[in-house]
Ligand binder design. Structure first.
Ligand code: ZN
Length: 181
C-alpha cells in the first residue's frame, strides 16, 4: 500500500498513518493516536490467512466503534458501515470506490476471535447484511413467542421440531399430532 494518498488519519489527532501488519503477511496503515487501521482490500484478498491468524488471539482489546459514519481517509467520501454480527456497535467501514476498509481499535482482533478474519470480504456483501437482519427478525419473533408462551413451552416445541425434522415420515406424524389416531 502506498502511504502517499492518505498519509494522515482523519481522527482528531490528524496523526501520520504508519505501516503495520494486522496479521502475518497482511499490511495495513495504522493511526498511532486512535489505533484505527486502513486496510486495502487488494492486500486483504491476496492475503492467505495462516491457521494461527484465524484462531483466537490471546488478548482482544475493547472495540471502540465510532457511533457516526466515518469519511474515507483516501477520498473523503462517507464510508459505508457494515455490521459484522448481532452486536450493533461492531461495524466495519468500507469505501467501495477506493476498495478500503477502516477498522476501529480492537476490531481486527475481534474479527479474528470470532473466526471471521478470513471472511471480511463476505461481511461487506448485501447477503451478509441481509442474513443478519433475518437473524434479528427471527430472534425478535422468538422473544415475543417466549413472552407469550413461556420458555419451557418454546424449548419443548423446539425439541419436538428438531426431532420431527429427522423423521422419515414426519408429515404423517404431524397429521397424527393434529388429529390423533
Ligand atoms: Zn474512498
Amino acid at each position: 500500500m502506498t502511504t502517499g494518498n492518505f498519509p494522515r488519519c482523519n481522527c482528531a489527532s490528524g496523526a501520520l498513518l504508519q505501516g503495520v501488519e494486522l496479521a502475518p503477511g497482511l499490511p495495513a496503515l495504522q493511526c498511532p493516536a486512535c489505533d484505527g487501521s486502513v486496510l486495502k482490500l487488494d492486500d486483504y484478498r491476496s492475503w492467505q490467512p495462516a491457521p494461527a491468524a484465524v484462531t483466537q488471539p490471546p488478548h482482544v482489546p475493547e472495540i471502540e466503534d465510532r457511533p457516526s459514519a466515518r469519511s474515507c481517509p483516501a477520498c473523503g467520501r462517507l464510508m459505508q458501515r457494515h455490521r459484522v454480527g448481532s452486536s450493533p456497535d461492531f461495524r466495519v467501514d468500507h469505501c467501495a470506490p477506493c476498495q478500503l476498509v477502516w477498522l476501529d481499535r480492537g476490531e481486527w482482533p475481534a474479527l479474528a476471535q470470532a473466526g471471521l478474519a478470513g471472511r471480511l470480504a463476505e461481511i461487506l456483501t448485501e447477503r451478509w447484511q441481509r442474513r443478519l437482519q433475518n437473524d434479528e427478525i427471527r430472534q425478535q419473533r422468538e422473544a415475543a413467542l417466549r413472552g407469550k408462551h413461556g420458555d419451557a413451552c418454546l424449548d419443548e416445541l423446539a425439541r419436538i421440531r428438531t426431532w420431527l425434522a429427522e423423521q422419515p415420515h414426519r408429515d404423517e406424524l404431524i397429521a397424527l399430532l393434529r388429529t390423533g389416531w
